[in-house]
Design a protein around this ligand. Structure first.
Ligand SMILES: *Cc1c(COP(=O)(O)O)cnc(C)c1O
Length: 391
């Protein structure tokens, strides 16, 4: 306990077997849109369960952008977006020319609620960009009912939601499409990469063409090599087979990754409960929502709130890696503030998360006794009080 710890916030879990699998692809004939992308899609779709179609893409942001383009959102439209999320959720809307309409999150989960979304709906609203914040599922029955009532599209940002379920159904299968990220810091990684999912077979066909220049047949489907036509617009958002084979490998570890994250989260949460009212945690508020435990975001309350950065420094000095999700409400970021203006009073919960929270690690690189040490150190530091006297 007295020894300095060396615990990074995140650490991809890559084994020799994973490295060998990438090497095998690299020494073969097919490096892109080959069999490994198909294998990864099949494994991912089957993990999610239910009737769904999955398409590998080059990143989580690519999946989000592809979604809004396919759903036909454009310059005359408004899309409701969270004030608290990764900026990619909002950029994907903004890039289509549609207007993002920022909505504050709930204090307990960091998620949008159906009630808050409803207040922001106007005759021009075309969709909802939903984020399962840090892997905590949104209240999907209320939100889906609202979207049906107003005929709105839903794009689910599940970048931190691999393994998150609402009423047992995997996130990403409630809306029109679901978007996952495999950036190194996420639950599983392909270095860069993402997965786009939908329950709509026609939309899946369109997505598979749109992500590959809008070309009408892939190279396996061409009778004369090099010959194809282009019936629609498109872009290149494909994943390479080098990335995909890493994804295939990572899927084998996913159940264990989720178990370890859940266990570390539970241990940390228990330790932090000793901090009493000085700290609140973001977590599911109903047993219907199964958290995928990306991290444990602790929000400092009262006098402590102003000392967030001091406390982070002390944790880091003790060898505990931390992060902040996310460093500013999306609408407070310079680009959006300049374009749409910013009224802090409209986003108190998003502000509290950005300015007063500390994200603690729960990844599979952390053993259960280390999780307990992180929790004890955290409580020790906030109880020291020296930061309150400016030392
Ligand atoms: C990481 C992340 C993204 C972006 O994913 P990339 O694969 O890095 O493009 C989008 N949304 C959320 C919530 C994320 O955490």
């Amino acid at each position: 306990m007295n020894d300095r710890m060396h615990i990074p916030f995140g650490k991809p879990w890559i084994t020799d077997e994973d490295r060998q699998a990438v090497w095998n692809v690299l020494t073969g004939d097919i490096l892109a849109h080959g069999p490994q992308c198909k294998n990864f899609e099949t494994a991912f779709a089957s993990f999610m369960g239910g009737d769904n179609h999955a398409a590998t893409v080059s990143s989580g942001m690519a999946a989000l952008h592809l979604s809004w383009l396919l759903l036909g959102v454009g310059p005359q439209d408004e899309v409701i977006v969270p004030a608290q999320t990764h900026i990619a959720t909002v950029h994907a809307v903004e890039l289509t020319g549609a207007k993002p309409v920022f909505v504050d999150c709930e204090a307990a989960t960091g998620n949008l609620s159906a009630a808050q979304i409803e207040k922001a709906i106007t005759p021009r609203t075309k969709g909802i960009a939903l984020v399962h914040f840090l892997g905590i599922p949104c209240e999907m029955d209320a939100i889906v009912a609202l979207a049906e009532k107003h005929q709105l599209k839903i794009v689910e940002d599940c970048a931190l939601g691999v393994g998150a379920r609402w009423d047992g159904k995997h996130v990403g299968l409630f809306g029109d499409c679901g978007c996952f990220s495999f950036y190194p810091a996420k639950h599983i990684t392909t270095a860069e990469g993402g997965m786009w999912v939908t329950r709509d077979a026609d939309l899946a066909e369109k997505a598979k063409k749109f992500k590959a220049f809008g070309v009408d047949r892939n190279f396996l489907e061409r009778t004369i090599p090099g010959m194809y036509d282009v019936p629609t617009l498109g872009l290149n958002y494909r994943m390479s087979d080098l990335n995909a084979v890493l994804g295939v490998q990572q899927m084998k570890k996913l159940p264990e990754i989720l178990r370890k994250r859940a266990e570390n989260f539970r241990i940390l949460k228990e330790e932090l409960s000793r901090a009493g009212e000085k700290v609140t945690l973001l977590d599911s508020t109903t047993s219907r929502a199964a958290n995928s435990h990306y991290c444990l975001s602790a929000i400092l309350r009262g006098d402590l709130a102003a000392h967030r950065n001091d406390i982070i420094s002390k944790l880091n000095s003790a060898g505990i890696g931390t992060s902040v999700y996310y460093p500013q409400p999306t609408v407070r970021m310079t680009y959006y503030r300049n374009k749409y203006g910013y009224d802090a009073s409209q986003y108190p919960h998003a502000e509290a998360i950005s300015d007063h929270s500390i994200a603690l690690p729960v990844g599979p690189h952390i053993a259960p006794d280390q999780a307990a040490c992180i929790g004890k150190k955290f409580v020790e530091i906030i109880n020291q009080g020296s930061h309150e006297h400016g030392n």
